[in-house]
Design a protein around this ligand. Structure first.
Ligand code: MF3
Ligand code: CO
Length: 239
């Protein structure tokens, strides 16, 4: 899983270098595919429930699951969330980052900063003795105390030989899912706060994939795959 995570991180390094005004999301998909192939891995999104691309590229009010396309060209001022999942020698790594395209608004900067911080607040909770809900609580508290909204309709998840395993990792407290599960050494989860400026509600576009904020406000998504160890959390998808 460390190796799979490292490959995901390499894809993100390539994305960070490639994101600029004028590039299409299809080109980003092709660059990501090239890195996956170079390191003997495959996308675990391609073909998942019929998903048609190697990565997800979600722009501005798009939260998750945006489909790369030759027609979607990045422009200065956009933010783009890129989600990458690979399988390498049977194991999966999963990580998403939001990137700024050129100069972005104060509102967009604030959204991206708070969402990334909330991911790390959640990760800080990942030591033995704690429970899954401690991650959820830390994420929610940081997002809401900064005046933003945490999406409740999508969640983090255990990850291993499948992309989605138990436990479900909510970004808020209150759903009864797997919150009481203890965090034990060897458990690996993907923590992935999804945050919006104006509402926690979303809707799905007619392509049946792209999830957008219901009010059209900006959305951001940061995700890492993290292992619980006796020495604390180990982020497997860190560049
Ligand atoms: N990071 C996302 C997840 O945890 C990736 C799913 S995209 C899909 O579910 F295309 F595979 F659905
Ligand atoms: Co995920």
């Amino acid at each position: 899983m460390r190796e799979a995570g490292r490959i995901v991180a390499r894809v993100h390094v390539a994305m960070r270098e490639a994101v600029r005004p004028g590039i299409s999301t299809w080109e980003l998909d092709q660059i990501a595919l090239g890195v996956m192939q170079k390191y003997d891995s495959v996308s675990c999104f391609l073909g998942y429930r019929g998903y048609p691309a190697h990565i997800c590229t979600s722009i501005n009010q798009e939260l998750v699951h945006g489909i790369p396309s030759r027609e979607r060209i990045l422009r200065a001022g956009d933010i783009i969330s890129i989600d990458v999942g690979v399988k390498h020698r049977g194991y999966i790594g999963d990580s998403a980052w939001s990137y700024a395209v050129g100069e972005i608004s104060e509102e967009a900067q604030h959204l991206m900063r708070v969402t990334e911080e909330s991911l790390y607040k959640g990760i800080e909770q990942m030591h033995t003795g704690n429970h899954v809900v401690d991650i959820s609580r830390a994420v929610q508290k940081h997002v809401e105390s900064n005046g933003l909204y945490v999406v409740k309709e999508y969640t983090g998840h255990g990850v291993g030989q499948s992309m989605h395993e138990r436990p479900q990792v909510l970004n808020y407290v209150g759903g009864d899912a797997d919150g009481q599960l203890p965090l034990e050494a060897g458990l690996v989860v993907a923590v992935e706060p999804m945050v919006q400026v104006g509402t926690w509600l979303t809707r799905t576009l007619k392509d049946d994939w792209t999830v957008v904020s219901k009010d059209g406000s900006l959305a951001a998504h940061f995700e890492h795959t993290i292992a619980v160890t006796n020495a604390g959390p180990e982020i497997l998808t860190l560049p």
